[in-house]
Design a binder for this molecule. Sequence first.
Ligand SMILES: C[S@@+](CC[C@H](N)C(=O)[O-])C[C@H]1O[C@@H](n2cnc3c(N)ncnc32)[C@H](O)[C@@H]1O
Length: 354
Amino acid sequence: MLSFVSAKEIAEKWNISQRRVAILCAEGRIEGAMMVGNMWIIPSTASKPDDKRLSKTAEQEKNTLKPFVKWVGGKGQLVDVLLDTMQATGRTYTKYCEPMIGGGALLFSLLAKNQFKEVYISDTNEELINSFLVIRDNVDMLIEKLQEMQTTFLPMNDNGRKYYYYQARDKFNSLKITHETALEKASLFIFLNKTCFNGLYRVNKSGQFNVPMGAYKNPTICDEINLRNVSKALQNVTIVCGDYTLCQNFVDNDTFVYIDPPYRPISETSSFTAYNTDCFDDKEQIRLAEFIEKISQKGANILLSNSDPKNNNPDDNFFDDLYKGYNIERVSAVRAINSNSQKRGKIKELIIYN
Ligand SMILES: C[S@@+](CC[C@H](N)C(=O)[O-])C[C@H]1O[C@@H](n2cnc3c(N)ncnc32)[C@H](O)[C@@H]1O
């Protein structure tokens, strides 16, 4: 005899929300589903329908793998140079480590090639790391939340959007990351990243996210295909919240390490290092250089990028002195985020490797 289960039970089994189950039932996509009173019941043997919300072709799906957030200092435009430098070592590595992951521009172009057996990423920004974890482990529910936000937010007028944005920001600031709130925090984090001014992540002294709303007309809040691809690509990746030094035990002579620290400010007024309440000052740059020397001695291949202080002061030899004995190259890049758009322009970035 056919047995039935509730929408709640099937939602748990398929790892989707009850609301999604109700939509699938209403669309006639679950064979044998019936409305009893005001509740759907579903044959216990029903199989989960394919997700038709995915509209792009399989080929496009396969090719999309990119950062799921915009990130200050994101290395999208330097990826080719970084890959070339990596290739020039003439070696293949089984392990990859990126302990200051940010948006992960290089990580995702490497994961697309699927060449590593083990991958380790970390960052001190716990909201960012929480989002990486939720995408890896709970992408269906995350997509639902983001789609809900997208369909609510986009049709609103300016005032409606403003109200919605600042409510979301307050909610984000009021919640601590716990097992129960992880999903909601990740969805709010991604929503804010996609709709705030320039995709900045900036917090005040008490750690409250304080970036105002941006002026995007039609922001993609839920890039479903990319989120699914990111989730797949992250399945075997070790994701750690904490200081870069925690990667020490992972790193060996078969590891390629890419480190992209917060910029040393290129001008007095620049606040590029304000990712979180800790500042990445010269003392921090020196601590990092000491760590790099330590893992370099373990035989790891290391690639580091940084802003070039010579952009502002040709006599500033800070990194040239700090990384004496390493290879140092200077490449051109466009400074991506500056609150004064007039000041965006070509600058030199440092590529340092052993
Ligand atoms: C320039 S961003 C990295 C950008 C990244 N390469 C990309 O493509 O988006 C630097 C990152 O280092 C992180 N960070 C700062 N101090 C850190 C520390 N002590 N250990 C690990 N990560 C840290 C910041 O939170 C930030 O996400």
